[in-house]
Design a protein around this ligand. Structure first.
Ligand code: NAI
Ligand code: MG
Length: 475
């Protein structure tokens, strides 16, 4: 672990095994952090935050250091990408994209470090009223296992740019790159105690962090269940939270769309990271009169997908753990019980030379009922469910009829329709004739409904990590 600029293990030297999902073979261990470690890390972050050195640290100097971190990430990109692939199982080129995104977050927020502005507010002639945006203090970051280096970087870079000090708790299954980041940060002039990492399980290291009375903000990406636990913990200490809790995001394909483009992205958006993506396109809403043709296109593409170890950079890598694999299997049992039409896939698959890993076929489900768990819950695997609609109204109704609202893709050549759809869809991001716009460091990202609240990415994220003070001077 990395606490107050020092590398440490837990007091009893207990560890967690780190596995490569390609084969589930052990690739290392990390400390099994606990309450005592969290105490140390929060104390370090607090003392640093209150220190003269950090209070008077120049914003432009913070920016320059963040630029350096971005450069160090790029210089070590190949090593970090390989580490991320060994840790998460994702195809190497996807890890490379994640590492570049991580560098971009540091770069983007580096540029903002000396542009956190207040306002002057007219009150009366002899009153000077102005606002300042101050850092919130010590920020806690609970990171999921699906995009470790990216998700760590996106909130940590914004938090440090605005002058906070941070404690990161990476996912127990994928702790390596948050530690690698510490190694890179250690080589810069960032004061010790600004970036701290405590590895460990959710209940042993995560819980004491979110319940700690001396943190000032919690950023979380992960399941609704853990999101609820985080809000409850935060409620006790009146701590603001930013929650990004996944989705059931639809691609809505109209008859007038460029069908080949749409089919390409319908597949990409559910295959990326084996569907273990908060913004995965896990529902396909297709207009009735093109359904048959369009499904053919999707099916053909799904069946051309290559499956294998992340290191070998196939289209589709392994599922993270047996537990996640079993979760997908449970959804397939529901599909069979509900007489869903499995258009393609539906089974686990053995990969030669990686028989001990857990792989799942790219899967398309048709005739899924609207009220089914397959429609309403996040499967988190390479599984897309198909629904048909006749007109705009039906499309909107279906699109909005889940507990989530993270991302939506709208595919149509009709600009008016595209904007009407965009205005009526309850989701944090709407993409028209694309899906994801290449990652979008600059685009505010977050959800409606159970997808959470608060926005990460873009300038909008800076609000999470600052608090506003109004100052009035009577002249
Ligand atoms: P999770 O939400 O339990 O884990 C995410 C992070 O929260 C990990 O770092 C974990 O250690 C931490 N955590 C767990 N319990 C905690 C607690 N009581 N206090 C503080 N931290 C805690 O997700 P899990 O169990 O790994 O995956 C289950 C499902 O959650 C997935 O199948 C998927 O549907 C969803 N999920 C969604 C993600 C997204 O990107 N929106 C990411 C990961 C999971
Ligand atoms: Mg969990």
């Amino acid at each position: 672990m990395y606490i107050n600029g020092e590398w440490c293990s837990n007091a009893d030297d207990e560890t967690i095994t780190v596995r490569n999902p390609a084969t589930q073979k052990t690739i290392g261990t990390v400390p099994r952090g606990n309450t005592a470690d969290i105490e140390k890390a929060v104390k370090a972050a607090r003392e640093t935050f209150e220190s003269e050195q950090w209070r008077t640290f120049l914003p432009d100097e913070r920016g320059r250091i963040l630029y350096k971190i971005a450069k160090k990430i790029r210089d070590a990109a190949s090593e970090i990408a390989q580490m991320e692939t060994r840790d998460t199982g994702k195809p190497l080129s996807q890890s490379q994209n994640d590492v570049e995104a991580a560098a971009r977050y540091f770069e983007y927020y580096a540029g903002m470090a000396d542009k956190i502005l207040g306002e002057t507010i007219p009150i009366q002639a002899d009153v000077l009223d102005y606002t300042v945006r101050e850092p919130v203090g010590v920020t806690a970051h609970i990171i999921p296992w699906n995009y470790p280096i990216q998700i760590t970087s996106r909130s940590v870079a914004a938090a440090i740019a605005t002058g906070n000090t941070v404690v990161v708790k990476p996912a127990e299954d994928t702790p390596l790159t948050a530690l690698k980041l510490a190694e890179l940060i250690e080589e810069t002039k960032l004061p010790t105690g600004v970036y701290n990492v405590v590895t460990g399980y959710g209940n042993e290291a995560g819980a004491p962090l979110i319940n700690h009375s001396d943190i000032n903000h919690i950023t979380f990406t992960g399941s609704v269940q853990t999101g609820t636990a985080i809000m409850q913990a935060a409620a006790k200490n009146i701590v603001p939270v930013t929650l990004e809790l996944g989705g059931k995001s639809p691609n809505i394909v109209f008859a007038d769309a460029d069908q080949d483009k749409a089919a390409e992205w319908v597949v990409k958006s559910i295959i990326q990271n084996a569907g273990q993506t908060c913004s995965a396109g896990s529902r396909l809403l297709v207009q009735q009169n093109i359904k048959e043709d369009f499904l053919e296109k999707v099916k053909a593409r799904m069946e051309a997908i290559t499956i294998g170890k992340g290191e070998d950079d196939h289209d589709l890598g392994p599922i993270l753990t047996e537990k996640q694999f079993n979760r997908i299997e449970e959804f397939m049992q529901i599909a069979r019980k509900e007489n869903v039409n499995i258009v393609t896939g539906g089974e686990g698959v053995e990969v030669e030379g990686a028989e001990t890993g857990f792989y799942f076929e790219p899967t398309v489900l048709d005739n899924v009922k609207q009220e089914s768990a397959l429609t309403q819950e996040e499967i988190f695997g390479p599984v897309v469910s198909v629904f048909v609609f006749e007109n705009d109204e039906e499309a909107i109704k279906l699109a909005n009829d889940t507990p989530y609202g993270l991302v939506t893709g709208v595919w149509t050549e009709n600009v008016g329709r595209a904007h009407r759809m965009a205005s009526q869809i309850r989701a944090g991001q709407v993409f028209i004739n694309n899906y994801g716009a290449g990652g979008g460091i600059q685009m505010p990202f977050g959800g409606y409904k159970k997808s959470g609240f608060g926005r990460e990415k873009g300038l909008e994220a800076l609000r999470n990590y600052t608090t506003l003070k109004n100052i009035a001077l009577k002249m």
